[in-house]
Design a protein around this ligand. Structure first.
Ligand code: SF4
Length: 209
């Protein structure tokens, strides 16, 4: 990463961490992907049941591979035929992994979802939620975070999953009501009532979409 961008991110990350703390969410900062992996694993006790929403960032820092190889009960929803059972298992898991489609500088976590299993599990269910978030997801405010979620993250995800939405074809949100839309639910997590439940690993790198 360009050193000027890295330096700016380092400074901005302190504001994000203060914002998370003010919202009863725990944030930690990692300078590299390797450091992020170590900090995420410190949050997951051995023997934990772990599942995840789609989370490219967790793959990119090596977390999913480490969990599959380690002393954890990793619930691999992609390997389960019964998708409803996989979804329900997530609500009772010790740890749920996800990222954010965007985050505000003052710590609000924004996600949009089609099936909505990811946003519902972030909101309630799993005992601990760990969000791996690259500094590329940080936006000045809630409005710009929603715009990022719908104009950057959503089109890329729609393309990845071969969905028939306007954004998959044009790269920009058309506020569609397509049957394939991945913008069924918007979740802005602005506070957690449960201390230590939601934890963010903020990484000084570009991760995910
Ligand atoms: S509302 Fe439709 S066009 Fe806009 S980002 Fe969501 S899926 Fe894409």
């Amino acid at each position: 990463m360009n050193e000027n961008i890295a330096k700016r991110n380092r400074l901005l990350a302190q504001k994000v961490l203060r914002g998370l703390a003010s919202r009863n969410m725990q944030g930690v900062y990692a300078e590299t992907r390797e450091e992020a992996l170590g900090k995420a694993l410190e949050m997951i006790p051995p023997g934990s049941s772990v599942t995840m929403g789609g989370c490219a960032s967790a793959h990119e820092i090596g977390l999913v591979a480490a969990l599959k190889a380690g002393d954890y009960r990793f619930i691999d929803r992609d390997a389960m035929e019964d998708k409803r059972a996989a979804m329900l298992a997530a609500y009772d898991a010790d740890v749920f992994l996800a990222s954010a489609n965007a985050m505000t500088e003052d710590g609000v976590v924004v996600n949009v979802d089609g099936n909505s299993n990811r946003v519902s599990a972030i909101a309630q269910g799993p005992r601990r939620v760990i969000l791996v978030v690259g500094m590329n997801k940080i936006c000045p405010d809630l409005d710009s975070a929603l715009k990022r979620a719908r104009n950057v993250a959503a089109p890329i995800n729609a393309q990845r999953f071969g969905l028939s939405t306007p954004c998959a074809k044009t790269g920009a949100c058309a506020d569609c009501k397509s049957p394939d839309t991945i913008c069924c639910q918007f979740l802005a997590t602005r506070y957690s009532r449960h201390p230590g439940r939601i934890r963010v690993v903020l990484v000084n790198d570009a991760l995910g979409f």
